[in-house]
Design a protein around this ligand. Structure first.
Ligand SMILES: NC(=O)c1ccc[n+]([C@@H]2O[C@H](COP(=O)([O-])OP(=O)(O)OC[C@H]3O[C@@H](n4cnc5c(N)ncnc54)[C@H](OP(=O)(O)O)[C@@H]3O)[C@@H](O)[C@H]2O)c1
Length: 315
């Protein structure tokens, strides 16, 4: 089968698109998905570069990729609740070496759900990790309520562009950080206030916020504590807490590890099908340009998501 694989850890040179990768088989509790499209995430670059080795060491060649949308091709042993031909979306294991940048990928049944009916496979493939991340942060960790104020860092990115829409749906006031030329994009998503992270310092402009959602880390994370009111919530996708500052500002800090679950995917599909969440796909690449897709995510400042089309026209 066609697959984008790595033959070692490194930069773009280690990625090869092959036509003769062996077709995987589903293990117990897995289905084999015929992939139509696969979303690209920063974690795919982390895996390629070997920065996820402490989580799992790959054997090579290893197929990259996590997010996917496609159809169930085969049921593994002990699987119920899914049927062959069903349109699904979810997350394959990017650390299994049998990821979703391929025509077929094995997926645990608790990490997939029925695909939202109102969008095509390309759009559905853009959703799983970023929308599960935003949902887990805003709903499960922050319990964000109508009338509360949230700052979302990186509003034009994959997670940020989803989180803005979800926060507005929950009735919050939304400030976001983004580059100046992304201001219109994030406002259209629903942001009430946009701070240009290159020329403005959000920590001097905002105070008494209920929540900060950090998708950036570093100095951005370090400065975020001061804008929260006591009892406020800081959820970071990238940084561990500074315990001293957590105590000093009396906030609740969560260093989130996202779990893409059937429950979250089902809820997200409902939000997409009811028109609450609009999928923002910036650019679509064919599978044989997987190297370019990863480079575009890393250096191209995409608005929303980058997706790889594996089959046909992805519709
Ligand atoms: N912990 C977990 O389980 C988990 C799960 C998913 C993702 N993540 C991590 O979460 C992070 C975000 O993921 P993503 O998919 O949203 O990535 P993404 O699509 O690359 O978005 C990141 C956004 O941050 C913006 N940005 C960069 N520097 C900034 C700054 N100083 N202030 C404000 N915004 C800034 C970027 O804008 P420019 O275009 O201007 O650079 C980009 O729009 C990644 O590091 C990813 O690895 C963690």
């Amino acid at each position: 089968m066609n697959a984008a694989q790595i033959n070692g850890y490194g930069d773009k040179d280690v990625v090869q698109v092959t036509t003769d990768a062996p077709k995987p088989s589903p293990a117990a509790g897995q289905v084999l998905v015929e992939v139509q499209a696969t979303g690209v995430n920063p974690f795919d670059i982390t895996v390629r570069e070997g920065r996820a080795r402490q989580m799992a060491e790959l054997s090579f060649p290893a197929t990259l990729g996590g997010d996917f949308a496609g159809t169930v091709a085969e049921l593994g042993p002990d699987v119920s609740g899914f049927e062959v031909g069903q349109a699904v979306y979810g997350q394959a294991s990017p650390l299994s070496g049998q990821g979703s940048f391929a025509e077929f990928t094995p997926v645990k049944t608790d990490q997939l759900a029925t695909k939202p009916a109102s969008v095509d496979f390309v759009s559905a493939a853009a959703l799983p990790l970023v929308s599960s991340s935003a949902y887990q942060a805003l709903v499960d960790h922050m319990n964000l309520q109508a009338g509360q104020k949230i700052l979302i860092h990186g509003g034009a990115g994959g997670i940020g562009s989803t989180a803005i829409q979800l926060a507005k749906h929950l009735g919050a006031y939304v400030a976001t950080t983004a580059r100046a030329d992304e201001a219109n994009f994030v406002k259209k998503l629903g942001a009430d206030e946009v701070i240009d992270y290159e020329s403005q310092d959000f920590s001097e402009l905002l105070k008494d916020y209920d929540a900060v959602y950090d998708t950036v880390g570093g100095e951005t994370n370090a400065k975020s504590y001061t804008i929260l009111k006591p009892g406020g919530a800081l959820v970071s996708m990238v940084a561990q807490p500074d315990e001293e500052k957590v105590k000093q500002h009396q906030i609740k800090y969560t260093a989130q590890l996202t779990h893409v679950t059937t429950e979250r995917l089902t809820r997200i599909a409902e939000l997409v099908d009811s028109g609450v969440l609009k999928v923002k796909v910036d650019k679509v690449f064919p599978l044989d340009q997987a190297v370019a897709a990863l480079e575009y995510l890393k250096t191209g400042h995409p608005r929303g998501k980058v997706v790889i089309r594996v089959k046909g026209d992805g519709s």
